[in-house]
Write a protein that binds this ligand. Structure first.
Ligand code: KG4
Ligand code: ZN
Length: 345
């Protein structure tokens, strides 16, 4: 089985990719950012409804770019979880229908494995024992990867995911959704030392967990007072906004980098993989590079274009880890992790 067509509809990106033996032939993405922006976050019902009209044109664009017909595809894949159930259903239903119509297997993809293995897209070389950080809008997880598909969760967030904190802080500051890129660009003009925001568990090297809700609340108190008073974010001073954005970003990045270093040291590993939407953050990438030089570990960052949701990472994850594991057509989507089933011909 070599040509895979993968669909990704776990949240607010509709994505289709085609890979052949690990090589990405096409990767098409249609973002719903503009649709959700007025609400300051993803509205699940709107997300699922707008995946539907996007899928067919994206599949056609992907097959045209790859120079293939649907009949040439060897297996149809879709992200089966974790994600928004109503959105996952769209990609799953289409992939299963294609699999049925073309009499090909269906592959259920775990979205977290996609993010975890996204650094390998276009850079095959195999999976080595390592520590991985998955840092996105829905997850902040440190994972010990022992080998092929063997994971141990070292720690995750106790409350908000890092990306969620970026999105919420952006809202507090009146910056547009999604918060990550908005905070990053506001921070360029800001003083990251003006405010010293809390860094949870940073000094506790044994505790490989995260908490971002205290950081978000500290930002809210700085902006709106304690207890928070009513305010109009549009009236905030631009320099103040930039300084808060830079100080918040510095605190979030500081915690993420410190926990990666502590995890590598605790498990005596020398390779760190980093993927997920927040891995696109330039300050995080810079500080991780810096840490990899001073602590002498090998850093494998997801390429910028593959940090936020895409379908290429899903196809590659399947190829790297799950070859041979197909799913039955009655396998359900799940907002949590995916159960995998060995295909019996
Ligand atoms: O991986 P992703 O597309 O979706 C999930 O699986 O959650 O991640 C989206 C998250 C959003 O919270 C967004 O604000 C954040 O990634 N993000 C960033 C940046 N670009 C996207 N956070 C910080 N800096 C960025 N440059
Ligand atoms: Zn994602």
């Amino acid at each position: 089985m070599s040509i895979i067509l993968a669909l990704e509809t776990s949240c607010d990106e509709t994505a289709v990719a085609i890979t052949r033996d690990g090589e990405v032939l096409a990767s098409e993405i249609s973002s719903q950012i503009a649709l959700h922006r007025p609400y300051g976050g993803v509205v699940p019902e709107l997300a699922s409804r707008s995946h539907l009209p996007q899928i067919r044109p994206l599949v056609e664009a992907a097959t045209a770019r790859a120079g293939l017909r649907l009949a040439d595809v060897d297996a149809f894949a879709a992200t089966a979880g974790p994600g928004l159930a109503s959105s996952l259903l769209i990609g799953n239903t289409v992939a299963k229908a294609l699999a049925l119509a073309h009499r090909r297997p269906f592959l259920a993809i775990n979205h977290l494995e996609g993010h975890l293995l996204s650094p390998f897209v276009g850079a095959p070389g195999g999976v080595v024992p390592c520590v991985a950080l998955i840092v996105s809008g829905g997850h902040t997880e440190l994972v010990l990867m022992r080998g092929h598909g063997q994971y141990e969760r070292l720690g995750s967030t106790l409350d908000d995911a890092a990306g969620e904190a970026f999105d919420k802080v952006a809202r507090i500051l009146g910056l547009p959704y999604p918060g990550g890129p908005s905070i990053q660009s506001a921070a360029v003009r800001g003083d990251s030392k003006r405010f010293r925001f809390p860094r949870s568990f940073q000094k506790d090297a044994e505790r490989l967990e995260f908490s971002f809700s205290g950081l978000k609340t500290a930002v809210l108190y700085e902006v709106a007072g304690k207890p928070p008073a009513q305010y109009d974010p549009k009236l905030l001073d631009a320099q103040f906004v930039a300084d808060v954005a830079a100080s918040f970003q510095e605190a979030a990045v500081d915690v993420l980098v410190t926990k990666c270093r502590q995890a590598l040291a605790a498990r005596a590993r020398h390779t760190l993989l980093v993927g997920g939407g927040v891995a696109a953050n330039s300050r995080l990438r810079e500080q991780l590079e810096q840490a990899s030089r001073s602590d002498r570990f090998h850093l494998v960052l997801a390429p910028l274009s593959l940090c936020t949701d895409n379908a290429a990472m899903s196809a590659i994850a399947w190829e790297l880890l799950n070859a041979g594991h197909t799913a039955d057509l009655d396998v359900d989507v799940t907002a949590g992790l995916v159960r995998r089933k060995k295909h019996s011909p």
